[in-house]
Design a protein around this ligand. Structure first.
Ligand SMILES: [Fe+2]
Ligand SMILES: [Fe+2]
Length: 270
């Protein structure tokens, strides 16, 4: 029996290898998106293992983590994580135009992955649901409109546990990075619970069968992962504040803000 697509056998190239054409394209043209995707894949790995998924399932989840935003390679500059040069095209655009342009990455992702026979079809489905029908709050606020629905992603809410995990990890990763950079991350427990609760409140997880116990595991694992990911950063910030307050030094190795992932962060229904 032939092995499943994407699992790296001789008949099918390993889609998770950095030399795979989609991976290579993302690394070369959208390095910020690649960093985000790698981190999301890492979180999904931890969650999948904690939930007792088998190796085949874990691999599918990892592929989804890496490729859920591959559509951003069509116009990398539109996404803040790729604006290392500081140029943000949205400054000159109407909020509803920005909304359409950002939203397009979901369709582009589905299109790119659908056209690649090495990507398992389940993964295409999960990726196409990774923003569900969430709101791009940043552009809603910028528009001054109160019509929340006008700034929602026009997609399908997660229909499976895997798609829900992808959605949760995606927002957690992007929001934590953004809030950490602006010094607003706060208590990790509160942050993780806030993200999960807001998704539930916005009905984004309504189509998914998820045991309460599993959701508890998701919260616990994400809190642990975020703690370990941001522990050093928090220590560094504290040390820097202390040093600055004594007037002893200047900013060292960490030069400036790494761009945040605008559309994920702002889709968080707070
Ligand atoms: Fe996305
Ligand atoms: Fe993402």
């Amino acid at each position: 029996m032939p092995e499943e697509n994407g699992n790296g056998n001789a008949a099918h190239p390993d889609v998770l290898d950095k030399s795979y054409h989609l991976m290579a394209t993302m690394m070369a043209s959208a390095s910020g998106t690649f960093s985000h995707a790698r981190a999301v894949a890492g979180l999904l790995d931890s969650l999948g293992a904690a939930l007792g998924m088998d190796t085949v399932r874990l691999r599918l989840l990892r592929i989804a983590g890496y490729y859920h935003d591959i559509g951003k390679t069509v116009s990398p500059q539109l996404f803040t994580e790729n604006q290392a040069d500081g140029h943000n095209p949205h400054k000159e655009l109407e909020p509803w135009v920005s909304h359409l342009l950002i939203m397009a990455h979901v369709g582009h992702t589905a299109s790119i992955l659908t056209n690649d026979d090495n990507i398992p079809r389940e993964v295409v489905q999960w990726c196409s649901q990774h923003h569900g029908t969430s709101v791009m709050r940043y552009f809603l606020v910028k528009s001054g409109s109160e019509n929340t629905d006008r700034f929602r992603y026009a997609a399908t809410r997660p229909q499976s546990m895997e798609a829900a995990l992808l959605m949760i990890c995606d927002i957690i990763e992007a929001a934590a990075r953004s809030k950490s950079q602006s010094g607003k991350l706060g208590a990790i427990d509160k942050f993780v619970d806030g993200v999960v609760d807001s998704l539930i409140k916005d009905t984004q997880l309504d189509d998914v069968i998820l045991r309460v116990g599993d959701l508890g595991i998701v919260r616990r694992v994400l809190k642990r992962e975020m703690e370990s990911m941001y522990h050093d950063r928090i220590d560094y910030d504290d040390a820097k504040k202390e040093r600055d307050s004594k007037g002893e030094g200047r900013e060292g190795g960490e030069g400036g803000d790494t761009p945040k992932t605008e559309e994920e962060v702002d889709s968080q229904p707070e």
